[in-house]
Design a protein around this ligand. Structure first.
Ligand SMILES: [Zn+2]
Length: 66
């Protein structure tokens, strides 16, 4: 898995920000979520789905669409 550069949380300024993964999660994805490396966003994704998740304040933001 390639490393994704994450922004800082706009709500609390924390660097503990992870990318939100959509789609059917693989067992590895659950493992990664437990380690705080990703956030599972569920299988449904649309234009308003947030891209980033803050592990400190649980804030979700951003857009999947680039
Ligand atoms: Zn935050």
């Amino acid at each position: 898995m390639k490393k994704i550069k994450t922004p800082k949380c706009p709500a609390c300024g924390s660097a503990k920000v992870v990318v939100i993964v959509y789609g059917l999660p693989l067992p590895k994805a659950f493992e990664m979520e437990e380690k705080g490396l990703v956030k599972l966003g569920g299988c449904c994704i649309d234009d308003d789905s947030p891209r980033w998740h803050c592990n400190d304040c649980q804030h979700d933001w951003g857009k999947m669409k680039i």
